[in-house]
Design a protein around this ligand. Structure first.
Ligand code: ZN
Length: 474
């Protein structure tokens, strides 16, 4: 009885399978072989590692608008030109041009304890202090509510010191960043509204380090623009301790940063045309710009060279994807997102159909999985590939994710936004600092990431993301 039942179900299943068009059947046996080849090739190749070396060592830090950013555009265009892709092109975009100026100076001046030099970095978009610098008393807060409670009377004329640390109980450090970064973005406006003269923000990192972490901040029309800097976590701890001993101490800071007129720059795009559905596009990308300190290795040199590597892996394996694959080096993620916006704008104007966009912008560390921002059926479809991905350590296939540059594509058709998720433990040791350098990137970890991205892009190019994930699997 039971057997008969099973047999009947099997016959019905086989009939259903035969009725489906060939393209809707997933052939996991073949897929598994193809994916293995991606990893074999990536792990034995030095090409993308050498690309990263060039980008970080020869070009270096490449903030939007800088000559180095322009060099990175030309370099990545040439790298992709040499690969024999179907198309390589630039997409014009006007970007902000902020310059740091002289190296910052910062000193805690305590009548009781003397002077203590600390490391600060001006936050991106910040105004300078003037050549003389400024000094004022400091008022420490942990959050915006505390600041509001202090009111104008206690804040006016002072430097507001936002000192809320990362919550280190989060296993994913991105969550800790998410819980602290509002201080960096919103600090200056909130403080200026109460008459503060400048802002210091505790650096965005899990560690206690001597290194300051920059990052962008925001001003608001109609609110005075006051200078804002990140102070190293070690400096923040010192300042906090000294304030407890001497509430009247002063802080001296000097920054000569300024914003110059916008500059013409570009997104750089390389493309392999799809053999069956060339009008269906899959984006794989990272951002080409970086902060102006360090070498922009993990943020986001690795994302760029990994995206180029995805195309190389297809070319080298002789795999012609069914859908079109585009590697996009976005410009200006760090202090404007103009490249990401421009890309989405042009995609919309041209009526392009994007199936998925995958971004690598969380460092070149050991792959853990992907975060999928899509509808139920798209997520279900990705889960049908789980057994193909887990042998490579890609266990974390959770909903939610994406990336800053691909974010503006959201809502265009049914595009799924996917974030590549590497291990997060070391990212915020380096993020936005002068120690985000080539030497901190492990070739194998980075290459595993590139192969992981290629594997997912391959599966999407073969099967699309429609169809409920309910189609037959061979
Ligand atoms: Zn980044």
């Amino acid at each position: 009885m039971l057997l008969k039942h099973k047999l009947r179900a099997w016959v019905a299943g086989a009939a259903m399978l035969a009725a489906l068009p060939a393209t809707a059947q997933q052939n996991h046996a073949t897929d598994s072989v193809t994916i293995r080849k991606f990893y074999d090739n990536a792990l034995t190749s030095y090409e993308s590692y050498e690309n990263l070396r060039y980008l970080t060592k020869n070009i270096g830090a490449r903030l939007s608008g800088s000559p180095q950013a322009a060099a990175a555009v030309e370099w990545s265009r040439q790298v992709m030109e040499k690969m024999g892709l179907d198309r390589v092109y630039l997409q014009e975009v006007m970007v902000p041009y902020w310059v740091r100026g002289d190296k910052e100076v910062a000193r805690i001046l305590s009548g009781r304890n003397g002077g203590v030099d600390v490391n600060i970095l001006a936050l991106g978009s910040s105004v300078g202090t003037g050549a003389q610098g400024l000094s004022a008393q400091v008022i420490e807060v942990k959050n915006f509510e505390e600041l509001e409670k202090l009111g104008k009377k206690k804040v006016k004329g002072k430097i507001v010191f936002f000192n809320r640390p990362f919550d280190n109980t989060h296993v994913n450090t991105g969550s800790a960043y998410g819980g602290a970064v509002d201080q960096r973005g919103g600090g200056p406006v909130a403080a200026a509204k109460l008459g503060a003269v400048a802002v210091l923000v505790r650096s965005m990192t899990n560690d206690i380090q001597d290194v300051a972490h920059t990052g962008n901040t925001r001003y608001e029309e109609g609110v005075e623009k006051i200078p804002a800097a990140a102070i190293s976590t070690k400096g923040a701890e010192q300042l906090s301790a000294l304030l407890k001993d001497d509430a009247d101490l002063k802080f001296y800071m000097r920054m000569t940063c300024e914003t110059r007129p916008d500059v013409l720059s570009y997104n750089v795009i390389g493309e392999i045309k799809g053999s069956e559905k060339p009008d269906e596009i899959i984006v794989v990308g990272g951002h080409l710009d970086s902060w102006d300190v360090g070498e922009g290795a993990h943020d986001d040199g690795t994302g760029c060279v990994q995206s180029i590597e995805v195309l190389r892996l297809f070319k080298e394996q002789g795999i012609r994807p069914k859908r079109t694959i585009r590697a996009v080096m976005f410009m200006n993620e760090e202090n404007g997102l103009r490249g990401g916006r421009k890309y989405a704008e042009e995609a919309k104007a041209k009526g392009e159909k994007h199936v998925a966009a995958l971004e690598s912008d969380a460092g070149g560390f050991t792959p853990r999985g992907f975060g999928i921002d899509g509808n139920d059926s798209q997520y279900a479809k990705v889960l049908t590939w789980k057994s193909l991905l887990t042998p490579y350590g890609l266990h974390d296939l959770a909903r939610g994710g994406g990336g800053a540059d691909i974010g503006p594509l959201k809502g265009q058709g049914t595009v799924a936004l996917i974030g590549f998720k590497p291990d997060s433990q070391r990212y915020f040791d380096y993020h936005h600092t002068h120690i985000d350098t080539f030497e901190t990137v492990n070739r194998r970890e980075m290459q595993l990431g590139a192969a992981s991205m290629a594997a997912l892009v391959y599966l999407i190019s073969e099967y699309g993301l429609d169809g409920n994930g309910a189609e037959a699997v061979k």
